[in-house]
Write a protein that binds this ligand. Sequence first.
Ligand SMILES: [Zn+2]
Length: 316
Amino acid sequence: MSRPAPVLYSPEYECDIGRHVFPTQKFRLVRDALIADGALDAKDILPAAPASRDDLLLVHTPEYLDDLEYLRWTHRTRMSELPLTAAIVRAYVMAAGGTTCAAAEALGRGVAVHLGGGFHHAFADLASGFCYINDLAVAIRVHQRDGRVRRAAVVDCDLHQGNGTAHVFRDDPTVFTFSIHQEHLYPVKEKSDLDIGLENGTGDEEFNRRLAAALPRVWEHRPELVLYQAGADPYEDDQLGALKLTIEGLGARDALVLEGCVERGIPVVVTLGGGYARQVSDTVRIHRNTCALALELAARAEVDRLGAPPRPGGTG
Ligand SMILES: [Zn+2]
C-alpha cells in the first residue's frame, strides 16, 4: 500500500468575510474537485492544525499578534481588506499551520499540497490585502529553527507581488524570494531577490518564457525547500488583474515550477494564493489542475523512492 497523499486542508478556511471578491468557498471546492476526479481520497487528507504563538513569533511581532487575538483595529491591522473576526483570524492561523505541516510532508516525500495558504501580502507587523498571517514565511522560519532546512526559496507566481514575503526575508541570504507579477497593480512593490514585473496584457508565451529564464536563479540558490505560491489570478478572466494567461498556460507555468523542483530533488509545497475569476469554477479548475499535477509528481516520487507497490500475490 502506498501512503496517503501529502495533502493538508481545513474546513475552517471557508469563513464568512461578507460580500467579497475573495471566494473562501474555493478551498472546499478544490478539495471536492480533486476527490470527484479520483486524484485524491477524502480519507487521506491531513487536517491542518493551528500554528502556535511561538511559531508565529518567528515572523510576526507580539504587538501585531495581540491585535489579531483581541480583534483590535489599529494602524497594524487597518490595512487589511478583510473584516477582523475570531473566525477569520483562526483561518489564517490554521493556514500557517497548514503550510508548515505541508512543508514537513514535502521534506519527507518530495512534494506536498496545501489546499490553502499563499498569503504573501502579510508583513511582520502589518496586515495587507487579504492577508493577516504570512504562512509562507512562518513555514520557512519554523523548519529553519527546527534544523530541517537551512536554505529555502519562495517561487511566487501570483498576479500580485509577494510584498510581505519579500520584506520579511529582505536581509536574509538563506531565503531567496522570487516574484513574477503584474507590475502596474496593487501592492506598492517591495524588493524581492528577483522580481519580474509584467506589463498588462502579458499572455502565456511571454509569462512562461520569462519564468523559465528566471528559474535557474532559484536553482542557483540551492534551496532545500521551495514554497510555490500558485495564485490563479494571472488568469485572463480574473476580476482583479490584466494578465492574460489561459488555463492551459497556467498549467504550463505549474509544470515549469513543479517539475523543475522534482527533477532537481528539491522538496516543493504548493500553496493556492489568489484567484478571483468571474466564474469561481474557473478559479477552482486552475487550482485543481495545479494540485493534480503536484499529486501526480508526488506519486511518481514515491515510486522512484520505494519502487512500484507490490502486485497482489506478492511477486512484485
Ligand atoms: Zn493575488
